[in-house]
Design a protein around this ligand. Structure first.
Ligand code: HEC
Length: 135
């Protein structure tokens, strides 16, 4: 193998490894979102306000890291879906908004508002996944 060919093979291997690990990172972070959602659901079912708020804070932290920058969101999408990235961006923004809504409506009279916001978050997760996976 010529030296040039070898180097370019090495470079594409490095690129492949880098993108595979970016994919792994994304999945790891997504599983964190999922865990926080499961905790929040359990807290709502049990009527445990403190645990629900804990899950909201954890989810807010993760979602800031993942969704704050539009360029980050676009990078998550397969090439052939990037022209529809506005769907991903609005899903991500609505998650952030609904987390705020939950925090603001956790008194005893607006539980419905908080719980609806939780359900809206579920919908936003699925909206982005449907875009990614063509369902
Ligand atoms: C902006 C788009 C977007 C949003 C919003 C989003 N995800 Fe994801 N999610 C992805 C992408 C991209 C992947 C990785 C590609 C794949 O798994 O097909 C992924 C993967 C996942 C996975 C791993 C699935 C697997 O196949 O292993 C889980 C779990 C997950 N997301 C949970 C969530 C939860 C929970 C939410 C909402 C709180 C959420 N995601 C919101 C884009 C998004």
């Amino acid at each position: 193998m010529g030296k040039k060919l070898f180097l370019s093979a090495l470079a594409s291997l490095a690129l492949f490894v880098a993108s595979a690990s970016a994919e792994e990172d994304l999945k790891t972070n997504m599983y964190k979102l999922n865990n926080h959602m499961i905790q929040m659901q359990a807290a709502f079912i049990q009527g445990n306000k403190a645990d629900a708020l804990k899950a909201v804070s954890a989810l807010q932290e993760e979602s800031h890291a993942l969704f704050d920058h539009e360029s980050n969101i676009k990078k998550m999408l397969p090439e052939n879906k990037r022209f529809k990235s506005h769907i991903a961006v609005t899903s991500a923004a609505s998650i952030q908004q609904d987390l705020e809504t939950i925090k603001e409506s956790m008194d005893d009279t607006r539980r419905d508002t908080a719980q609806n916001a939780y359900l809206n978050i579920q919908r936003a997760c699925m909206r982005c996944h449907n875009l990614v996976r063509d369902w």
